[in-house]
Design a protein around this ligand. Structure first.
Ligand code: ATP
Ligand code: FE2
Length: 323
């Protein structure tokens, strides 16, 4: 069975084609070029304009024709409404044209399951960090449970907004990582509340600090402080859940400093540490296709009427029947 997955939660449009034995036949992503923040309607227009091209290049890469697709999956949420709707409408169209089943996928679970497919992790505690999400997740009693999360903005959003506010470019993640290498530490607000995190204070403090400190110093301190917060919460969740594996997922997981801090923490607890391959850390269609296959193979079916998008689709809403 071959599944085509459409990812469109934010500014990236991705189409992946995956077979039911877990082979990724194609995984094509097109980014909307961003100068300012994401504008939902413009991002949706970008996806609509590029859907055909991305679909054609994914099929070409997989050496397949649309009629070879047996199942179509799409990112049902969480994400920006207008973007989600473009992905959903496209998936419904393919489902109707080919007369094949359609299945909606929780985007956050996509990030985890593609990691399980492509690493040796089996049952990890996952730190999922991206532009729109920050969650510490582990599987327990039939669902992916959230053990800690941000109370306001996501870590990726915090870094990206900071980078735009101080004029060092977009997206901020890789730029801040590079500048941080030559910086010295200055104190910034460290906000962990129980098992949850808050990044809005450190964002404002970093923008203010950049007015009278070297940009390298602020970048270093923003990373050190925010990543220490993430590591603390992940460490406590690890002690609580007694998992033996730690996995990093999401676009911010590309950051080498974060990888190093998490892996040192995991090592201290005798847990194995995993980072999925870089091309599946960012949003992509293959992760959506793969979860679509897992759901379908476990007997789940969805009617077109049940494919409305869910902007606030929570990780812990999904009954995980495939495990
Ligand atoms: P989601 O819908 O899951 O929130 P997203 O739209 O933010 O995802 P991702 O590709 O998962 O997309 O993540 C993008 C984020 O990753 C951006 O905030 C970007 O700055 C960040 N990022 C990319 N590379 C790095 C890096 N080297 N260091 C830190 N952050 C990074
Ligand atoms: Fe994502």
């Amino acid at each position: 069975m071959i599944c085509l997955g459409i990812e469109g939660t934010a500014e990236k449009l991705g189409i992946g084609i995956v077979s039911d034995d877990g082979e990724i036949l194609a995984n094509v992503t097109k980014h909307q070029p961003l100068v300012t923040g994401i504008h939902p309607r413009e991002a949706a227009q970008h996806h609509a304009d590029n859907m055909r091209g991305v679909l054609e290049s994914a099929l070409k890469k997989a050496k397949l024709d649309l009629k070879d697709i047996d199942l179509v999956a799409f990112s049902q949420g969480p994400g920006l409404g207008p973007c989600l709707r473009v992905a959903a409408v496209s998936a419904r169209t393919i489902s109707l044209i080919n007369d094949i089943p359609i299945i909606g996928v929780n985007h956050c679970i996509g990030h985890i399951e593609i990691g399980l497919l492509l690493t040796d992790a089996n049952d990890p505690l996952t730190l999922y960090v991206s532009g729109g999400n920050t969650q510490v997740i582990a599987f327990d009693s039939g669902r992916y449970r959230v053990f800690g999360e941000t109370l306001d903005i996501a870590i990726g959003n915090c870094i990206d907004q900071f980078a735009r506010a101080v004029g060092i470019g977009s997206p901020g993640g890789p730029i801040v990582e590079k500048l941080a290498k030559n910086g010295n530490y200055i104190p910034l607000p460290y906000v962990v509340k129980g098992m949850d995190l808050s990044f809005s204070g450190i964002y404002t403090a970093s923008v203010n600090a950049a007015k009278h400190h070297k940009i390298e110093d602020v970048c270093r301190s923003l990373q050190e402080t925010a990543f220490a917060m993430l590591t603390e919460v992940t460490e406590r969740a690890l002690a609580h859940t007694e998992k033996r594996e730690v996995m990093l997922a999401g676009g911010v997981a590309i950051n080498k400093r974060l990888q190093k801090m998490l892996s040192a923490m995991a090592k201290e607890h005798g847990a194995s540490f995993f980072v999925p391959p870089r091309d599946v850390l960012s949003d992509n269609g293959a992760m959506i296709a793969w979860v679509g296959l897992l759901r379908h193979k476990s007997g789940e079916r969805q009617d077109i009427e049940d494919t409305a998008v869910k902007q606030r689709f929570r990780t812990d809403e999904v009954d995980v029947k495939w495990k």
